[in-house]
Design a protein around this ligand. Structure first.
Ligand code: 3EB
Length: 318
């Protein structure tokens, strides 16, 4: 879970000159070449654990029912092969664990290469690896995810998996990404809109990267206000369906109705930071302590904003 705890094993940090994955005994750090803009919410995955181990290209830590890991691979050319290769390794590394959440960081995500956008190449490779592992039913195994741009030329992946099969959620006002029509690429993006993992003492809620998309169409090109409102509406729908509508209300966090976690906003244009902060804080009553902002390209050229959430919430009352 992407939750702040002192004894966490995997740390994600931003503002690195180049993307690096480092490990020192019981700790690993994924340093991302992604500009940090604002906010205090930081990701720490995992829990008190044994050692961080190397498995193929992955650094992995297991802690009870949970597994956390990350890998970086060079990806200047042929993103399709790079994605297929790293996803094949990932699915092998997970073994019997269920994938819950994957963060994908894709260099030059919107560039065209060999006649195809690099994000579309990435989607082909990811899909092929899931199909190889799960066959025709692959859609039933796709985790929550985000896929955004990163500087440099390393493809980076971070994941959270567990022994529990998650509950999967879709947004009825959006076409499931894994059913997007071929206009968006030869193979669809392989992710679920959200997952919930019910543990003994709490629930972990992963909301995938959420953008201004209705049906399968982007909404509000060039209009930050409309993109924000459409995105927020999608988030409200999803958090409602996942049983944590209160997570969008600052008051609920202050009352302790939400245990931990927060939101992360990817902004294509750093100069949109002030207006996006104002939109978010005004509409939700949340503040910098639970909402962070980074600069990243979004996987659709016309979109300027994507927002994700990782939330730990109490079990529903019986
Ligand atoms: C979308 O809804 C916007 O390719 O893993 C959001 C979350 C998006 C995850 C992915 C893409 C991904 O299609 C983009």
């Amino acid at each position: 879970m992407a939750i702040q705890t002192a004894d966490s094993v995997f740390k994600v940090s931003y503002d690195a000159r180049r993307t690096e994955l480092t490990s020192l005994g019981r700790e690993a750090e994924l340093r991302l070449a992604m500009p940090w803009l604002a906010g205090a919410f930081a990701e720490h995955l995992g829990g008190p654990a044994g050692m961080v181990l190397r498995r193929g290209p992955f650094m992995v830590a297991e802690h009870g029912d949970q597994m956390t890991g990350a890998a970086i691979v060079p990806a200047s050319d042929g993103l399709e092969a790079a994605a297929e290769g790293i996803y094949r390794e990932l699915l092998a590394t997970c073994g019997e664990f269920h994938l819950h959440r994957i963060w994908n960081y894709v260099p030059r995500i919107n560039d065209m290469q060999a006649g195809l956008e690099r994000y579309q190449q990435f989607n082909i490779g990811r899909w092929v690896a899931f199909e190889e592992r799960y066959g025709r039913d692959l859609r039933a195994f796709l985790p929550a995810a985000s896929a955004v741009g990163i500087k440099g030329d390393h493809l980076a992946l971070m994941f959270s998996a567990g022994k529990r099969r998650p509950l999967f959620f879709e947004n009825p006002s959006q076409v499931p990404a894994y059913h997007y029509p071929p206009d968006y690429g030869p193979r669809p993006p392989g992710f679920a809109r959200g997952v919930v993992i019910e543990e003994a003492d709490a629930r972990t809620v992963f909301l995938s990267g959420t953008a201004s998309i209705e049906g399968h169409r982007s909404v509000g090109e060039g209009d930050w206000d409309l993109q924000f409102r459409t995105t927020l509406h999608n988030i409200e729908t999803m958090l409602g369906r996942m049983g944590v509508p209160e997570a969008l209300h600052g008051d609920a966090w202050r009352r302790g109705d939400v245990l931990d976690g927060g939101f992360k906003c990817y902004l294509r244009h750093p100069e949109s930071l002030c207006v996006m902060q104002e939109f978010f804080f005004e509409h939700t009553g949340l503040d910098e302590s639970r909402v962070s902002f980074v600069q990243a390209d979004i996987c659709r050229r016309e979109l300027d904003l994507e927002i994700e959430a990782a939330i730990r919430a109490p079990l529903p009352r019986a």
